[in-house]
Design a protein around this ligand. Structure first.
Ligand code: HEC
Ligand code: HEC
Length: 396
């Protein structure tokens, strides 16, 4: 074989390889745009502007005040637990614990939700018992498992800079609050205004610039091959998008997806569960069924709010009771539900979840790896704790 023949073989080979890779690239691109078109037929491409109530408009100073309150541990009775203790920006505004801990290490019974995109939610908490961020923020301050304080103490601290229980003095905080409450609320330091400022801060915590967002807006290169395959499972046979609907990856509804018991830390605190759960163990979390108005509805047993999947990579552990420490664990759970080897311990898995069972997303060996890559492509903005971390806002 002379040099000429060799180089023509080389050329032919190069041509074949080049066109094969060009073709597969074309295929990926058309698969990508087909999937995008299919998603856009059903769902909006982008999150709308953050909805803001007429009586609580956003202003930079109100958001700054809300941030200071959110990071101020002196809103708690022990002077050590801020909202940000359980909603840490660097952990996707969650806390990394299975079940959150309040003053004196008191535990509640649920995993802390992310604050990302709560501005878009019509129901708050895992059981949907609060309907607005303003209403929600009233709760933790007085919840014995969280900040365990009274509003009287909080207002007294904000006005004087002296924590009424620890007796520690924070004159710089007092100056800060005086200045900001004056500017934002004409000097009225009331529980209503505290919660308004906190809600305004929470409405500034938005994640909508993930690789998924760039992809859905037309950038084919924003998703890796695995993530694109994962998206096909997510929106296809995995049926994840039945409930985790874009653009916020939730349907604002409640479902039973066969997560096992919550493990009430203190069953004696929930005697009403005897009534709801009948023969079922007291340490099972009834979820939506516990919300007073719906208490008698058997169908709501074991139903929890579909959580957003925005920044989900950062918010381990997962589910209302933090039962899975990794996303792998969550996917394995859905795989088991799909194969029918995991069934609801309380209530019944509802119709939509039944569809995952029937379709069993784990049809191909790398479905889980691909789904994982797609879930990671939902990570967008990553906010930071203010310099100095969780501390009263003095020094301004
Ligand atoms: C001791 C830990 C802890 C503290 C302190 C705490 N939270 Fe939470 N937060 C949680 C837990 C746990 C949940 C879920 C509770 C449930 O569903 O029953 C939650 C839920 C929420 C939600 C609902 C999000 C959603 O997706 O529905 C918001 C909003 C929120 N907290 C804001 C705050 C604010 C504001 C403060 C301070 C005033 C605060 N939290 C203090 C642990 C805490
Ligand atoms: C029937 C509605 C429904 C379907 C279908 C569904 N989910 Fe969920 N998902 C939920 C609900 C409800 C929860 C919370 C359950 C709980 O805490 O008990 C949840 C929780 C999660 C979580 C944990 C998030 C967190 O912050 O703790 C992940 C991750 C998740 N789902 C991914 C998926 C994937 C991937 C699929 C497809 C294989 C899927 N889901 C299908 C309703 C659904």
């Amino acid at each position: 074989m002379n040099l000429k023949t060799l180089s023509s073989i080389g050329l032919v080979l190069f041509g074949v390889l080049f066109s094969a890779s060009w073709l597969s690239c074309q295929n990926t691109e058309s698969a990508s745009s087909r999937l995008r078109a299919q998603i856009l037929e059903q769902f909006p491409a982008q999150l709308a502007d953050v909805p803001v109530p007429a009586n609580n408009r956003q202003t930079p100073d109100k958001i700054r005040l809300g941030e200071a309150l959110f990071f101020d541990p002196n809103l708690s009775s022990c002077g050590q637990v801020a909202c940000a203790t359980c909603h840490i920006p660097e952990m996707g505004f969650s806390d990394g614990l299975r079940i959150s801990k309040g003053c004196d290490g008191e535990t509640g019974r649920r995993n802390s939700n992310t604050i990302y995109n709560t501005a878009y939610l019509s129901h708050l908490f895992w059981d949907g018992r609060a309907q607005s961020l303003e209403e929600q923020a009233l709760g933790p301050v007085v919840d014995p498992d969280e900040m365990a304080n009274s509003w009287e103490n909080v207002i007294s601290y904000l006005k004087t800079g002296t924590h009424p229980l620890t007796q520690l003095e924070y004159p710089e905080s007092a100056q800060f609050y005086e200045r900001y409450f004056e500017g934002v609320f004409a000097g009225e330091i009331t529980p209503g205004n505290v919660t308004k400022a906190i809600a305004a801060y929470e409405r500034s915590i938005v994640s909508r610039d993930a690789p998924y967002d760039r992809w859905i807006q037309g950038d084919d290169s924003a998703l890796s091959r695995e993530a694109l395959k994962g998206a096909r499972v997510f929106f296809g046979r995995g049926r994840c998008s039945e409930c985790h609907q874009p653009p916020n990856f939730t349907d604002s509804d409640f479902h039973n997806v066969a997560v096992q018991r919550a493990g009430f830390e203190k069953p004696e605190m929930f005697p009403e569960n005897d009534h709801i759960c009948g023969g079922i163990l007291k340490d099972v979390d009834p979820g939506r069924a516990e919300v007073a108005a719906l208490r008698s509805s058997e169908a709501d047993l074991g139903r929890f709010k579909t959580p957003t999947l925005r920044n989900v990579e950062q918010t381990a552990p997962y589910m209302h009771n933090g039962t899975f420490s990794t996303l792998d664990g969550v996917l394995q759970h859905y795989w088991n539900v799909g194969r029918g080897t995991m069934t609801a311990q309380i209530g019944t898995v509802d119709d939509k979840a039944d569809m995952i069972m029937l379709t069993s997303f784990g049809g191909e060996p790398d479905d889980m790896i691909n789904l994982m890559a797609f879930l990671k492509a939902l990570t967008g903005s990553q906010m930071q704790s203010p310099a100095g971390g969780i501390a009263p806002p003095g020094g301004e």
